[in-house]
Structures are given as C-alpha cells and as structure tokens.
Design a protein around this ligand. Structure first.
Ligand code: ZN
Length: 300
C-alpha cells in the first residue's frame, strides 16, 4: 500500500461487472468504512473485526444480487471457534452484523496473518436465508471449509447455489482499526467457454491480497487491470454501508409478539424492560406504563 495515498479515503462501493459479453460476472467492492462502523459498534478484537468485516462484505454481495428492494438476506456462520455464532443481514448494500463474542481473539498465525479460521472455527455451518418478500424464503446451507470465510462462501455459491465461483474477502487490521477492507466475487455463467474459465483461474492470483489492493486504487482501475483483454464492462456501481434498521417501533412489535402471558410476567416481575439490539447495541427502555400499554395492544 502506498502510504501517501493511504489517506485518500476512497468511498465504499460495489461494482457490478460483466466479462466477455456476460460469460462471467464479477462483484468488486471496497468495504473499509463499513468495517470501521462495525468496529465502533462492537469493539471487536483485531481477529474478530477481520471475521466480521469479511462476513459483512459477503453479505453485501448477496444483498446487491437480490433485485427486489424489499428483499433481504440473512447470513449465519455457526462455527466451533471462540467468536461463536455470527450473523449479517443485508438489504441491498445496507448491512448489519453481530457476533456472539466479538471480544474473543487468537494469536497470529505462523505466517503473521490474523487467525480468522481459528476464531470462526473450521467445523460448522454457513446458512443463507433469502427473504423474497411475499414468496417463501430461500434457504441454502453448506459446511464450513476453513472458517476463513472466502473459501466458505466460494463453497456455498458453488455447492448450494450451483454457481461456480471464486471469492476473496479481506480486511487489513492494525491494532483493532481497519485500514482497508473489500472483496471480489467472480462467477462463471452457464455457457462460459473453457478459455475464459482458464483466464479467470489464472487471474485469481490478483485477489489474494484483496484488502491491500482496494486500499488506494479506484475499483474501476483495479478491474481494468485484472480483467484486461476480457471485455470488462461496469454495469452499475452502488454504495455499500453498515447501518442497522432497528427502531423503537420494531422493539414494541417484538414485545407484543411475546404474547400476553410473557408481557404480564415481565410487568409483574421486573416492572420494566430493556431491549438491546444485537446489531447496533442500541438499548430501548420500556417503563411499566409503556409495557401496560403494549399489553393492551397485545390483547387486541
Ligand atoms: Zn439495531
């Protein structure tokens, strides 16, 4: 990374790209500000920040692939590592994330890299739930491959969605601060020629340090260089960001959904309620009177 340019603060965004007239599709994104926002909210360890950032980046990719504005995608990684269960939810490029133990950490690996695979765990499940609004949700699952998340999402796309895919996710962290984050997803479409597949394999080496690559170079320049000679076209670019969509109104609905008995018990035993959103850590307080009002509404 060029230190002089490192302060350029290029914006977070997602590029939708086609290669060779649609034989392959690419999503390329920078998610640095997204990771920093998640770090502000969850105060994760360096390794946990890398894990959460990679998950958010993948969720943003899945989110922007859903064409419907009402649609959302929920990605859960339940590995056997110390970070515990992680969840990210994306509406288009708007993503929120949570982890059971963001404070968990592990020593660096022998190669000096953060041990994301160890923190997430190498055994477990990756689940993707696509909520398509009125229709039945689509649920896809696969076993974790390494817990490093890039390989795990490649496995998910290739096995569960039967869409051969290359995935690279990265987050460069220094003492708990995200210097740079991003990702790339390359998918060969049905009918993709052997020559193009071969070219994509060859060029996948460019993606191995994705977080450094996106740090100080505009994404269109990166794509132009990586996919030179493959008729690279940018179809669309859109912002991606970390934001929670919780509200007091949603918390009220959640309380009402508990049902009369549970609400009554809460009023009698605690005389108040405090609900904290797992995604943005905002606490919502409800007084006894407010709970009584909700109890009234629950009975209607
Ligand atoms: Zn929230």
């Amino acid at each position: 990374m060029n230190v002089n340019n490192a302060v350029m603060n290029l914006p977070d965004e997602m590029l939708h790209i086609t290669l060779m007239g649609g034989q392959a599709k690419v999503l390329l994104c920078r998610t640095t500000a997204m990771a920093r926002k998640a770090a502000e909210i969850h105060a994760p360890s360096s390794t946990a920040l890398a894990a959460m950032s990679r998950l958010m980046t993948a969720a943003a990719m899945l989110g922007v692939m859903m064409k419907d504005d009402e649609a959302s995608v929920t990605v859960t990684v339940a590995g056997d590592g110390p970070i515990g269960k992680m969840t990210a939810v994306a509406h288009g490029g708007k993503v929120k994330v949570s982890a059971a133990h963001p404070e968990a950490d592990l020593p660096l690996k022998k190669d000096g890299h953060l041990d994301v695979g160890g923190l997430v765990g190498r055994h477990g499940r990756l689940t993707v739930i696509k909520d398509l609004g009125l229709r039945e949700p689509y649920i896809g699952q696969c076993q974790l491959v390494s817990g490093e998340l890039g390989e795990d999402f490649a496995q998910y796309f290739t096995v569960s969605e039967q869409q051969p895919s290359l995935v690279a996710l990265g987050c460069l962290v220094h003492e708990g601060y995200c210097l740079s984050a991003g990702g790339v997803l390359v998918q060969a479409m049905p009918g993709c020629s052997e020559e193009v597949l071969e070219q994509l394999e060859l060029r996948s080496v460019f993606f191995t340090a994705i977080s450094r690559e996106v740090a100080d170079v505009p994404l269109e320049d990166l794509a132009g260089a990586w996919f030179d000679g493959l008729d690279m076209r940018i179809l669309e670019r859109e912002p991606v960001f970390c934001r929670c969509d919780c509200s007091r109104e949603k918390m009220e609905k959640a309380l009402i959904a508990l049902g009369r008995d549970e609400l009554r018990q809460m009023i009698d035993e605690d005389g108040r309620a405090e609900l904290t959103c797992h995604f943005c850590r905002t606490s919502h307080h409800f007084t006894r009177q407010e709970l009584l009002d909700l109890l009234e509404r629950a009975s209607q």
